[in-house]
Ligand binder design. Structure first.
Ligand code: SF4
Ligand code: SF4
Length: 132
């Protein structure tokens, strides 16, 4: 099985991915990662840049420099997700196990406060919009 590095809040984003993103490279990489996860994979959960960020135009010198937040901002989102999942940074899980934790712990918009509530994509994100 392949191993994918994902920063923790991206465990949610892959659930909402519908082919949109920052540019073509980003979208193609995201599609590839979602496909690998669909076949099941190991996931190393991070609170730093990951296999999605590496193809993002907002990553510079290994850090997120997005105008909508930046590394400190997204790291807070990651830490909330890690905490709610009851895991530790750099823990490796099988994707199905990680997905089950995500589905169990993030059922409502209230559960997603500090994560999706502060994300610039939340007005079009399927994952966020379909939470109760
Ligand atoms: S609202 Fe933002 S952080 Fe939340 S799953 Fe969607 S894209 Fe990811
Ligand atoms: S915006 Fe930042 S956290 Fe999101 S994929 Fe790009 S570099 Fe990573």
């Amino acid at each position: 099985m392949k191993k994918i590095k994902l920063r923790a809040h991206h465990l949610l984003c892959v659930k909402g991915f519908e082919g949109k993103g920052y540019d073509e490279d980003f979208i193609n990489n995201m599609k590839n990662i979602v496909g690998i996860l669909g076949d099941n994979a190991y996931v190393e959960v991070l609170n730093g840049c990951d296999d999605i960020c590496v193809k993002c135009p907002n990553m510079k010198d290994g850090k997120c420099v997005s105008e909508n937040g930046g590394e400190d901002f997204v790291r807070i989102m990651d830490d909330i997700v890690i905490d709610k999942m009851g895991i530790k940074p750099q823990e490796v899980l099988i994707w199905r196990e990680a997905e089950n934790k995500v589905l169990g712990r993030f059922q409502s918009k209230k559960d997603l406060e500090g994560v999706c509530s502060d994300c610039s994509w939340n007005n079009i994100c399927k994952w966020y919009l379909t939470r109760k």
